[in-house]
Design a binder for this molecule. Structure first.
Ligand SMILES: Cc1ncc(COP(=O)(O)O)c(C=O)c1O
Length: 227
């Protein structure tokens, strides 16, 4: 890689870096090219900051995730955490690639449905779901509602007309190697029920005693961009 400010030679091995979408290169002008587009031209045309997505690369990565499981077992599901790119075109792309999806708001759920996701492939997260969002998700027939707090458990029981399969989000007390701002699995996380402080066990008891909520399993997320 060239030093900052230094001209980049055509053919610089950007293509070998996992940071850039596959097929990225430095073109004859010395400009970065992503998915066949010169990013300097894109910046001139669209202004900056601009987000540029390489569809081929996204599809290839989705297939790799599926293949990795397919090679090992028949019973698996790969989910796109759609908060990372909530737009209908992206949802549609993952429908086509056979992924499932995790949504964390009514807006994301709306787009996932519009893009053609089978509700059976939609899982609803979020630590601040409104009554309307809970009802929207349940009535759309999503697969799992992921419960995040005792308040939410109580509201689900009050609001739901039909039994709803649920997961309970637990914070397992694991601190991964990543930036503090994007860790989610530690005990004082804003998400879920702690394993270590006994809240998760109480949540499980509470849901098992419910007539409306069907406990299917636990969910845990420990953070993003883990090394
Ligand atoms: C339930 C859930 N899924 C996915 C994500 C995004 O995670 P990642 O960056 O690992 O895709 C988060 C981030 O907080 C999350 O809470």
């Amino acid at each position: 890689m060239a030093e900052q400010g230094q001209a980049v030679a055509s053919g610089d091995p950007i293509a070998g870096s996992a940071v850039f979408p596959r097929g990225s290169r430095v073109n004859e002008e010395g400009h970065l090219e992503v998915a066949g587009c010169d990013v300097v031209e894109l910046a001139e045309k669209h202004g900056t900051p601009a987000y540029v997505y390489a569809e081929d690369d996204i599809r290839a990565r989705a297939r790799e995730y599926r293949q990795a499981f397919e090679d090992r077992r028949a019973d698996y599901e790969v989910l796109f955490a759609s908060k990372s790119l909530p737009c209908t075109a992206a949802y549609r792309l993952f429908v086509e690639e056979g992924l499932s999806v995790d949504v964390a708001s009514g807006g994301e759920l709306h787009m996932a449905l519009k893009a053609g996701f089978d509700p059976e492939r939609i899982h609803m997260h979020g630590n601040n779901k409104s009554d309307e969002e809970i009802l929207f998700a349940a009535r759309a027939g999503i697969r799992h509602l992921i419960l995040d707090s005792f308040d939410e458990i109580e509201r689900c029981e009050r609001l739901l007309d039909e039994p709803q399969p649920v997961l309970i989000r637990v914070t397992p007390g694991i601190k991964p190697s990543t930036h503090d701002y994007i860790t989610t699995g530690q005990l004082d996380s804003k998400f879920g029920f702690g394993l270590e402080d006994g809240l998760a066990a109480r949540a499980v008891e509470r849901v098992l005693a419910s007539e409306k909520l069907e406990l299917v399993g636990l969910h845990a997320h420990i953070g993003s961009q883990i090394f």
